[in-house]
Design a protein around this ligand. Structure first.
Ligand SMILES: [Zn+2]
Length: 227
């Protein structure tokens, strides 16, 4: 399935409706290995601090979108019991999607033709908020793309089974008041086998489950070809 997904795009493919190409994307390391970030974490304790930090990166670099996070081991989930309330070996802190940081209300576009598989507002603190999952049928096999941290409007007037065309705007980025309290960004994730999940799917894994999730949720860059 990974090779099939990779073969579906030949070049940079956007999921944001912006005049931005691969050269306009700035890598953003939010991992436990980013010493600068770790040392100054107290300065970035709120979603607004993060939003200002990211805006500052755009001004400094001249880039338009910050990206990163696939299989990144992050400390930022420690603020939310949704990720940590279970036994220590099951603490979830390895990120399974690609995050694309861009201002709120940035349009979200489909990278491929698909249909709406499901949608839901995931309301836990630190969760996705409004979320849409598209299903893509290729050579009689389905795989799925998940879009998290959207506006509430994005999940209004939608029906399961609605067709969405490649390049069509079907959602927009929510702000911190609706998106689980993050600086605005899109969580974009590939899912091979979605099981019974609807409108939600784990976007963060524990170390103990990562072998499975790494296979089932391959690198989104297979499709987007940003780097
Ligand atoms: Zn994410």
């Amino acid at each position: 399935m990974h090779n099939l997904i990779k073969s579906l795009t030949k070049e940079f493919t956007s999921v944001l409706g912006l005049d931005a190409y691969a050269d306009d994307f700035l890598p953003l390391d939010l991992s436990v290995h980013n010493e600068v970030l770790k040392a100054s974490l107290h300065a970035y304790s709120t979603s607004q601090d993060w939003e200002e930090y990211i805006h500052h990166l755009f001004v400094k670099s001249g880039k338009k979108v910050a990206y990163g996070g696939y299989l990144e081991h992050r400390f930022l989930y420690e603020r939310s019991a949704y990720f940590t309330k279970i036994e220590p070996t099951k603490v979830r802190n390895i990120h399974l999607g690609l995050d694309l940081w861009s201002p709120s209300h940035t349009p979200v576009i489909a990278p491929l033709d698909g249909i709406i598989h499901s949608f839901q507002n995931n309301l836990n603190y630190g969760d996705y908020g409004p979320t849409i999952i598209l299903e893509h049928l290729v050579n009689e096999r389905s795989f799925y793309t998940l879009y998290g941290h959207l506006t509430e409007d994005s999940i209004q007037n939608k029906c399961v089974g609605d067709k969405i065309q490649k390049g069509e705007v079907f959602a927009a980025l929510g702000d911190a008041s609706v998106n689980g309290d993050y600086a605005p960004h899109l969580h974009f994730q590939l899912i091979c086998d979605i099981g019974d999940y609807k409108g939600d799917y784990p976007g963060v894994s524990s170390l103990i489950d990562i072998t499975y999730f790494e296979q089932n949720c391959p690198d989104p860059n297979l499709l987007l070809k940003i780097y």
